[in-house]
Write a protein that binds this ligand. Structure first.
Ligand code: CMX
Length: 135
């Protein structure tokens, strides 16, 4: 069961160059940055009410974010939903409903959340992340 949108992932080529729009123009607060090694990204988190914006900067040419940017995309890259009754339960449920999974089981993401991605080909073109705060 989804409780709320946890964050929107936004792909940028450079956090340094993009951040002033979010802080100085939109007036949001950047409260943390983090490198997520296995995803080959640097992230910057901004608070927007109860929802967060996660800026994603590729740290390597092989980064999935770099590949996405290279195809001419930019902006909102994924939507992350917070799952009340756990990501593992939710994965089993959506898989049974025929949704294609990217992650078969939850793994650790930024901010220590347990996360799993669903494939955009079976989610109306929206790369969908399920997440939960660890106990
Ligand atoms: N939103 C919507 N569609 C997307 C997409 C996105 N963000 N990224 C790729 N796609 C589409 C592609 O356009 C392609 O569509 P077409 O076949 O119509 O061209 C399709 O998905 C498959 O693309 P692909 O070339 O086969 O696969 P990719 O190598 O581009 O990988 C994906 C796509 C979603 C499987 C991969 O990006 C992935 O595993 N993502 C999950 C992990 C992730 O995004 N990590 C970064 C964020 C980390 C974090 O938040 O900390």
């Amino acid at each position: 069961k989804i409780s709320h949108i946890e964050h929107l992932g936004i792909a940028v080529q450079s956090i340094e160059e993009s951040l002033p729009f979010f802080t100085d123009v939109l007036g949001l607060e950047c409260y943390a940055t983090e490198v997520v090694e296995d995803q080959k990204v640097k992230t910057a988190f901004l608070k927007c009410g109860e929802v967060k914006l996660e800026l994603l900067e590729p740290t390597s040419p092989e980064s999935t974010i770099q590949k996405w940017l290279d195809k001419g995309n930019k902006g909102v890259h994924h939507v992350a939903f917070c799952i009340e009754d756990g990501v593992a339960n939710s994965l089993a449920e959506v898989s049974e409903k025929g949704v294609r999974l990217i992650d078969e089981k939850p793994r650790k993401g930024a901010e220590g959340l347990n996360i799993a991605f669903l494939h955009p080909k079976s989610t109306c073109g929206i790369l969908t992340e399920l997440c939960e705060h660890p106990e």
